[in-house]
Design a protein around this ligand. Structure first.
Ligand code: GDP
Length: 447
């Protein structure tokens, strides 16, 4: 299919040492020859140093150019990359000239879209490029690279092949009933159960993936003066919230972003949760309650030197059904752990004064989140999740109607094809304009 030639800056338009301009399409080389001093016979995949020319042949800049002849290029088409100095007017002028010579400004994600259309990458890999570019942490970037390298595609393709095998056996039985033996129903049951188990494993990676990619919210909760603000500061690492000797000074709540074990965390210091008549305090408390609802994990703080007081118990009863860590603070003031705390799970002794236990607290958080150091983990995204969920539901439907379906193999085949279609949608073998538009419009220009 013939496509027009597109151009865009692949690096941001800001003053920098070097910029990259990418041109893709069958006119790439012809246009490049008009704006760059190239030899007649341009070799592919070779860096040329030369002058970048304006349309009147005056020199705009000097820099490098590389020609990637299709299909051995990112998009699969003829691609030219020009590396001028990162001068904003120069970069703009080069792009303008490419457009005047027959190119067109690329849409967001259009280079990657062409790579997808030309079969250089599948849809999961295209999504991984966007995820890699926007990754906030090393863990998130590693997870994206794993998908970019085809680790998710490989798993999906294995499942697809299993289903295809079943479908073709059933098809043969339907079409050639005299020549082909009836399929052992155990084979169908076993294969489907293997596919289901694998899909469920992938589904379970979604939650962890969103923790790694998006991060979590932690709320510090406890009665006044137990050391919440001090703990917040100790965790954030610098003085930010007001630490006071008087009760009830954290009127509202204070938020800070940090990273725990390379997981993005929003830490909230809430107002003391207690009955109060004072209006301002009340507003703070209401907001705190709302924030507690949104939190993924609650750090429930008590003052170790005072033990587990009735007021602590009241607050604890409010939060105990949410995922929480029992933080016994002011551990520097106590000689030995108090018996009363033994009944709590997930307990950590801390001191915001001496920093004792802060590291253990962070390790406990990582442990609760199930974040371990595994290199080749694959996390699915929401689109994959929804499709896999539909696939599992269809398999469950097949399982619960198996007797009927084994008697009516044409219908069974259609159901299996539906399961297959969800997997094909994940890798982009089946797509709609809407789905593609949604994925690629999230890219920035030049990707
Ligand atoms: P909040 O009302 O729960 O936010 O408590 P603050 O963080 O304002 O602390 C109340 C008081 O306890 C302050 O005087 C802090 O210096 C003190 N404090 C907080 N954490 C510790 C700790 O780990 N050890 C000791 N000895 N004092 C602490």
């Amino acid at each position: 299919m013939k496509r027009d030639t597109i151009v865009a800056n692949a690096t941001p338009l800001i003053p920098s040492a070097v910029a990259i301009i990418r041109i893709s399409g069958e006119d790439s080389l012809r246009i490049a020859k008009e704006i760059f001093t190239l030899p007649k016979d341009v070799q592919e995949r070779r860096a040329y140093f030369g002058k970048i020319l304006d349309l009147d042949k005056t020199v705009l800049d000097e820099g490098l150019l590389v020609y990637f002849k299709g299909p051995k290029s990112f998009t699969g088409e003829d691609v030219v990359e020009i590396y001028p100095h990162g001068s904003v007017p120069v970069v703009k002028k080069i792009i303008e000239n490419v457009v005047k010579l027959g190119g067109r400004l690329a849409q967001p994600g259009e280079f990657t879209y062409r790579a997808f259309l030309n079969g250089k990458i599948d849809l999961t890999q295209a999504e991984a490029i966007a995820e890699l570019i926007s990754a906030k942490t090393e863990k998130a970037s590693k997870a994206a690279v794993n998908i970019l390298q085809g680790k998710l595609s490989k798993q999906i393709n294995t499942l697809k092949n299993k289903l295809l095998e079943l479908i073709s056996l059933i098809e043969a039985e339907i079409n050639f009933p005299e020549d082909v033996e009836e399929i052992d129903s155990k084979l169908i049951i076993d294969n489907l159960s293997q596919v289901k188990t694998q899909i469920e494993k992938l589904l379970s990676s979604y939650k962890k993936g969103s923790i790694v990619k998006e991060g979590i919210k932690l709320a510090i909760v406890g009665r006044p003066n137990v050391g919440k603000s001090s703990l917040f500061n100790a965790m954030v690492g610098y003085e930010r919230s007001i630490v006071s000797e008087y009760k009830g000074t954290t009127r509202d709540f204070i938020e800070e972003s940090l990273k725990i074990n390379d997981i993005p965390v929003i830490l909230l210091d809430t107002a003391g949760l207690r009955e109060t008549s004072e209006y301002v305090e009340k507003v703070g408390i209401e907001k705190a309650k709302q924030k507690i609802e949104e939190a993924d994990i609650i750090l429930f703080v008590i003052d170790g030197s005072e033990g587990f007081t009735d007021e602590d118990k009241k607050i604890y009863d409010e939060i105990k059904n949410k995922t929480h860590i029992f933080v016994v603070n002011k551990a520097d003031l106590i000689e030995k752990p108090l018996d009363i705390f033994e009944k709590f799970d997930n307990i950590v002794y801390t001191s915001s004064k001496t920093y004792q236990g802060i590291k253990e607290l962070e390790e406990k958080i990582a442990e609760i989140l199930g974040i371990t150091e595994t290199e080749d983990e694959v996390f699915i995204n929401l689109r994959h999740y929804n499709l896999l969920k539909q696939a599992v539901e269809k398999i469950e439907y097949i399982n619960s109607n198996l007797d009927f379906l084994l008697q009516n193999k044409e219908i069974l085949m259609l159901d299996l094809q539906e399961v297959l279609s969800y997997l094909q949608e994940i890798v982009g073998q089946i797509t709609t304009e809407d789905v593609l538009g949604n994925i690629f419009s999230k890219f920035c220009i030049g990707k």
